[in-house]
Design a protein around this ligand. Sequence first.
Ligand code: FE2
Length: 273
Amino acid sequence: MSTHAEDDVISPMSTERSPSSSPTTAAPNVDRAVANRTRTFDNPRLRKDFAAQDAFLYLEDFLAPEVTAQLVQSARGLLGEVNRNYLPGHKQGGSVSRHTIDRLAPFIAELYRSKELIGWLEQLSGDKLQVSPADDPHAYALYYYTRAGDHIGWHYDTSYYDGRRYTLLLGVIDESSCRLDYELHTRNPDVPDQPGSVQIPPGGLVFFDGDKLRHRITPAAANEMRVSLTFEYVTDPNMRPWRRFISNMKDAIAYFGFRQVFRQMTRRGKDHA
Ligand SMILES: [Fe+2]
């Protein structure tokens, strides 16, 4: 568990502890690793499946094994950085924001920006996708379910941006009974809601339009551990100021803590002072 006071201090020690900079583990070439996988898929078929499920796709085996291994190593290495949150009746769990990932696990940031990955997601969605703005702590983040009762209740990944926001959820560690329960077509009055449930193994993927998929993660039992990695891509990175405020407050309370969320803003403010 990190104390927030540590978040502003980047010491040589913390860099040396970085799982991704360990001299014993060479990070794989991300673009090549993604391309080697995606070229083996029946992509026209996947695109049809994505559209038929109202912008939702699950693949149990997506990432190259060497990429999954690197993510597992990073997730375990970042256990001491997890920010715990508890919102009675809605969510309980831990998270590591993109700001911490940038400092300690740059491989994840590289995967997020992979042109091969983004290009493949564009093929699936039919949308031109952009990375989320630099001050969005959800752009890429790790979510930890490590204590009995850790879960998140039914919700949408609502976009506060002007355009659509897609969530890519990658399985990293799953030594748990947690499931992603979901309901398709809830925003479409012409199609009956269609429930589903998956357990996402390491290297598995779920990709969806955050405003369309109603979903939850069921509670972890004692001595279980689940870590997922989510990437958020947007079609229009513009956000109106009032929505920005709501989004920041929600992130500060429900996910990453005030220091992580407002640090960027404070810095920006200082830059302009
Ligand atoms: Fe979600």
